[in-house]
Ligand binder design. Structure first.
Ligand code: UTP
Length: 299
């Protein structure tokens, strides 16, 4: 029988060098997207998909992440005294969201290494991985779809996004075969950050995974790959070959809204898009934006 997945692992120990100097003393996962740190959107997504046991893999500067999901007695007392229940609710939202756990990565030796640090907590069960700087719009649920696909196929599931061939070198690219479902493909191979001319497709692996516990043994013996880091992609490649009968790898092709908050341009787009859609900000922001862009010369 399929094991129900209950645990989510969120790697948030990267150095965030693309966002320096903002990330010099603060993890990039704490950058505010409108008025919430990126990491809160990601934890909310896990909880919405039914995964309320959340393990954050943290690195240096971990205090801000832990504090965000913890109580702040002084602040709560002040807001209570003032009778400001709206703000108090906002403060408490992240505290009450999930059953949070933390593990340190030590040296940031790559995403594969960060996932391996979850082994003790996860044990011998399938689990979900959500990258802490990758936001999936709550109106386009992806993880729920991936969990259902895992139940059906008992295999590793990755999320794929069709990207412009010019930007495939920023991602892992998947070689795929069709299945009987138009939104699901079988992954036959993966190439980490290929140039457009050697990329097997323009289907990019994005930051959501449903992994089988066998991945830990594979990661344990995976040598550092591209960039000297232990790559999750390398372990997934082995899972795709399905030598040990672990069901192979399938990809759910995502056609919804996704924001990569670790990238400066995407981060700015995320803030604007999400703010425009908000009832408290959109009505004032939209006309201002419309007026602002009329002055642009796009040549
Ligand atoms: P990235 O490659 O986007 O993270 O990793 P980075 O290395 O922090 O980014 P730049 O390129 O220097 O700006 C994707 C996810 O994996 C985590 C990151 O925190 C991010 O959520 N990660 C990466 C780790 O947890 N540990 C690592 O060793 C590397």
């Amino acid at each position: 029988m399929t094991q129900r997945i209950t645990k989510a692992v969120i790697p948030a120990a990267g150095l965030g060098t693309r966002f320096l100097p903002a990330t010099k003393a603060m993890p990039k996962e704490m950058l505010p997207v409108v008025d919430k740190p990126a990491i809160q959107y990601v934890v909310e997504e896990a909880v919405d998909a039914g995964l309320s046991d959340v393990l954050l893999v943290t690195g240096r500067n971990k205090n801000a992440l832990e504090n965000h999901f913890d109580r702040v007695a002084e602040l709560e007392a002040t807001l209570e005294r003032k009778g400001d229940t709206a703000k108090l609710e906002k403060v408490n939202e992240s505290t009450e969201l999930a059953d949070m756990h933390y593990v340190r990565q030590g040296d940031p030796l790559g995403l594969g290494h960060a996932v391996l640090r979850a082994r003790m907590h996860v044990g011998d069960h399938p689990f979900a991985v959500l990258l802490g700087d990758d936001i999936i719009d709550a109106r386009d649920p992806l993880l729920t779809r991936m969990l259902a696909e895992h139940d059906r196929r008992e295999a590793t599931i990755v999320a794929l996004l069709e990207v412009d061939p010019d930007s495939i070198h920023l991602y892992g690219a998947a070689a795929v075969e069709p299945t009987d479902d138009p939104d699901v493909v079988r992954v036959t191979g993966l190439v980490e950050k290929p140039t457009a001319d050697v990329a097997p497709s323009n289907l990019a692996v994005i930051g959501r995974y449903v992994l089988r516990p066998e991945v830990f043994d594979i990661l344990d013996r995976t040598e550092p790959g591209k960039g000297g880091e232990i790559q999750l992609t390398d372990a997934l490649m082995e899972m795709a070959a399905d030598i040990e009968g672990t069901g192979g790898v399938y990809g759910v092709v995502f056609r919804g809204r996704r924001y990569d908050t670790g990238d400066k341009l995407d981060y700015i787009k995320a803030v604007v898009q999400l703010a425009v859609d908000r009832d408290d900000l959109g009505p004032e922001l939209k006309p201002w934006l419309a007026e602002y862009v009329t002055g642009f010369d796009l040549d």
